[in-house]
Design a protein around this ligand. Sequence first.
Ligand code: NAP
Length: 243
Amino acid sequence: MSIRDKIALVSGASRGIGKAIAIALAKEGIHVAVNYISDTAGAEATCREVASFGVRSLAIKADVSDATAVLDMVREVQEKLGGIDILINNAGIVHKATLEELTVEDWDKVMNINLRSAFLLTQACIGHMRQESWGRIINISSVAAQTGGVTSPLYVASKAGMIGLTHSYASLLMKNGITSNAITPALIKTDMVTKDLKLDSAAKIPMGRFGTAEEVAEVAVMLVKNAYITGQTINVNGGWYFS
Ligand code: NAP
């Protein structure tokens, strides 16, 4: 079945991995809603690149951890582009702290942006996917969920939670033509790695180099095209972790 003219929502697509996925989907003829929280110029730049492939795009500002904002965003995408067939739960923040330093406020913030968002967005999009008997849910988790990572227990728990959601959605939705998979990247040269984590060396990565956002996006496109892979976690990690 062709994926041309499907409609995707990519959360956190103003930059980094989300931006690369939005552009890669557009190259396949998919119309893309580009979500962001603060970087309007970045989201508009993503939209221009998306539109250059002859598909429709929509920049849409919404905090994916906010239930009302998510419902409003999904409604607006449905009105302006159409029902969402492909959901990429990508928006996320990293949090680096020791176990002793972590606060309850940190817990709520990171869990809500990284994990609650993947529940809220999926719940808001699932009606249309069921109606069409076709859908793709891709959760951008992290190698941190598999190895413990270099960040904090909180980030690790949020990303491990996404893998749990991936399994649950796969079990619940496979009879409806809807697949659910996770991608676990590391380490991809984006703001999250260079500015937030301040990692400037690839020495820890077995392949000896950072990955590119485009290398993650290629896997997202493969998962959108494939109808028989579900409930899987695909590692894009330069040899960091084998499974
Ligand atoms: P990034 O460059 O920091 O981009 C983060 C994106 O998320 C931005 O578009 C940002 O929007 C958006 N965002 C943040 N909070 C949001 C909120 N509350 N509501 C809506 N959008 C929000 O990060 P990245 O490296 O591309 O990471 C993308 C995903 O991959 C994240 O989930 C991350 O945990 C995961 N990941 C990344 C790596 C890596 O090596 N880079 C490794 C493993 C997993 P604004 O631009 O408007 O702020």
